[in-house]
Design a protein around this ligand. Structure first.
Ligand SMILES: Cc1cc2nc3c(=O)[nH]c(=O)nc-3n(C[C@H](O)[C@H](O)[C@H](O)COP(=O)(O)OP(=O)(O)OC[C@H]3O[C@@H](n4cnc5c(N)ncnc54)[C@H](O)[C@@H]3O)c2cc1C
Length: 413
């Protein structure tokens, strides 16, 4: 009898899994369920659409015929509300039940709301879906002033959108630096300067205490905890993701911030797997649980999960994640887990060139490169192979660093 596979989530993790499952099992029944109204699109390009730099068409990855051609049932606008691991079924909001032999949860996250007064007012945007990008584009094109909150990788996309749409803006940050857990003030200053050049003013030791609204419940002003007031008819918030774990309530599937999986993307249930942003997977490189929030990692996890759903133990997930930013004249790349580690080393080479490596137990666990990305392959190799670089921190950040520069065992890797 053919196996039946149900995948919840048609983001890059779920869609990659469907593709691999079909390749591996030509006769299987495959269903993919998504609460979005459109099939897979390129989430990392929706910012370019909101900037006005790309039309809609190239952002779409699959149309419905892609699923038809592969005999994959696609259920759009369908929210899964319940999972029954013992009965091997999932139930949708309209009561429809889907039976499975193997289930994949590729359900990602939802932007965290800012818990302050009026944060649900008109004109305040969060950013995750293509529909969010359409709403943002429509609004920002007619806006006069903007405020962005959230000094991380998604917040800077919102700031870059306001800049590209030539709307003067304030970027309110806690602390004194953008992405302060991964960059020092010296490194972040390169980003701050690039923002200022684009008419976005970083405001430090700030944030939002509450928003003021007009009689139509439209946002007018962001007031920060110091009492400073910033006019804004457009507000963008990106303070993190809440992972979509609520449907696990009532099951004994193990999760915390995300769903726990082993390195084969299997949960504590033999027939239930998870992939993408939603997973807290066993990271073979870190030797610990980790969560990635990057397109390439989610794609790979979807593929690996599918292979292990067909043949458990056939391929493990061993991956150095990376994430690049292309808003400025200089390139930016973060890799691995740049906010972790018990030690670090950094160096600045010019006004637009800087590097920082995060180190844990003598091994590289992540880093940030600004300006010159050429050493990324070497650093990722050292990380992937868990090379001990103890005592050689300064060598690592030589501007033209080569693997041969490392002494002893490290250099032989
Ligand atoms: C604006 C933006 C820019 C980004 N830029 C980059 C970048 O430059 N580089 C990079 O590497 N990464 C980037 N990312 C992150 C990257 O897009 C994500 O890491 C990746 O898309 C995660 O894929 P996923 O399949 O795990 O989850 P998602 O893409 O979040 O997909 C999960 C899907 O599951 C659906 N779902 C959830 N719960 C249910 C349910 N109960 N029933 C039915 N459906 C459900 C959701 O609606 C969603 O469609 C960016 C993200 C955003 C939003």
């Amino acid at each position: 009898m053919s196996q039946s596979y149900v995948i919840v989530g048609d983001g890059i993790a779920g869609a990659s899994a469907a593709e691999t499952l079909r390749e591996e099992e030509p006769d299987a029944d495959i269903t993919i369920i998504t609460d979005e109204g459109e099939p897979l699109y390129n989430r990392i390009l929706i910012k370019e659409f909101a900037k006005g730099k790309l039309p809609e068409a190239p952002i779409s990855i699959h149309d419905e015929s892609w699923y038809d051609d592969r005999d994959v049932d696609l259920e759009l606008d369908t929210l899964v509300t319940n999972i029954d691991p013992e009965g091997h079924t999932v139930t949708a909001h309209d009561g429809t039940e889907y039976d499975y032999d193997k289930l994949l949860l590729a359900i990602g996250g939802t932007p965290t709301q800012l818990p302050v007064e009026n944060s649900d007012a008109e004109g305040i945007h969060h950013f995750w879906t293509f529909q969010d990008a359409r709403d943002i584009k429509e609004h920002i094109e007619g806006a006069d002033s903007s405020v962005v909150i959230g000094a991380g990788l998604l917040g800077i996309d919102l700031a870059a959108i306001t800049a590209a749409q030539e709307v003067e803006g304030k970027y309110l940050m806690r602390g004194k630096a953008w992405w302060r857990y991964a960059l020092s003030e010296e490194g972040a200053e390169i980003i701050h300067e690039a923002l200022r050049e684009r008419n976005v003013e970083p405001v430090f030791d700030s944030g939002v205490d509450h928003f003021e609204v007009d009689e139509n419940d439209r946002v007018t002003t962001a007031v920060d905890p110091n009492g400073d007031r910033y006019d804004a008819d457009f507000v963008g918030i990106a303070i993190g993701l809440n992972f979509n774990t609520e449907i696990l309530g009532g099951t004994d599937i193990e999760y915390d911030n995300g769903i726990y999986t082993d390195e084969f993307m299997r949960t504590n249930h033999d027939d239930i797997f998870a992939a993408g942003d939603i997973t807290e997977f066993h990271d073979l490189i870190l030797g610990d649980r980790a969560q990635n929030g990057a397109w390439g990692s989610a794609k790979e996890q979807g593929t690996i999960a599918a292979k292990n759903m067909v043949d458990y133990g056939s391929e493990e997930f061993r991956w150095v994640s990376s994430y690049s930013i292309t808003h400025f004249d200089f390139p930016f790349l973060s890799f691995g887990h740049p906010t972790l580690g018990d030690d670090h080393v950094e160096a600045k080479y010019s006004d637009t060139e800087w590097r920082r490596l995060a180190i844990k137990d003598g091994k590289i666990v992540g880093g940030v490169l600004i300006g010159d990305l050429s050493p990324q392959t070497k650093y990722k190799k050292l990380m992937r192979e868990q090379v001990d670089v103890s005592g050689q921190k300064e060598v690592l950040v030589k501007q033209d660093f080569q693997l041969d520069d490392l002494e002893g065992a490290a250099a032989e890797q």
